[in-house]
Design a protein around this ligand. Sequence first.
Ligand code: ZN
Length: 287
Amino acid sequence: MKTYVRALTLTNLDLNFFKKEQEEWYTLLFSLLPNFTLMEKMSMAVDLKRKLYHTFVPADLIQEDIVPVKNRNAAPCTRWGCKWPKYGPDVIVPYQISATYNEIQVSRITAVLMDIEEKTCVKFVPREEHQDFLYIFSGSGCWSYVGRIGKQQPLSLKVYYCLNRRIIQHEILHALGFHHEHSRSDRDAFVKIQWNNIIDGKTINFSKFNTINHNISYDYNSVMQYRNTAFSKNGAPTIIANDDAKRVLGTAQSMSDIDYARVNRLYECLTLTDMKPLRNHGEIRIY
Ligand SMILES: [Zn+2]
């Protein structure tokens, strides 16, 4: 029996916020359920909050960024159905933005969508009769499913917290079908995970997935790359680059050329970005 998981995502910062928000639930659960693990309590806190406030926090959020989903793996699902549909040369991603955002907040989101449209063949269209669509709303932190899951697909960008270019791009890339860079199938050739420095119970965030990499090399400058000290319990690095232990990771402020190229490669867009040689960490690689 195969086990399938679908990733949800939260940045380090988001996770801290998420935790803070859940503090009252933790206090309650910790006092009532001393024998449960932190993760079990967290799961219960999320579920309790969802029930009480009818938020869009997925009911089955069991850890900070993994949700079990029946019958599907994550990025490999792009092979058999979690890509967004293509009509002619365009990939159509219908979306709806929650009415709770103000005009400036909406424009921050749409600016990112327009950037991606400009450099790829993905077109974001306001949802009309579309059955499958992204529903961008202000939920608990910043998170997204990986790939298209069908029907109204929540993507959370919490106001005053997630509405910067880097985070919006990061979550949209998840929705288009991409994992974190350090979760790539070939990551061990590029980074070394420092397991001893990871907060107890958080190692799941460093899982490796059987991703499809389309001959596009690992990108230290990807907006999908975690920081060196993500989920560190002692301030020491949890991820180190193989080629240079001092290389600073996860500081990209926006999508790299390679991030755009991988969208074009996955969706078979024919664009200049995809055909140009890709510069990666001082080397020029042509695919
Ligand atoms: Zn993420």
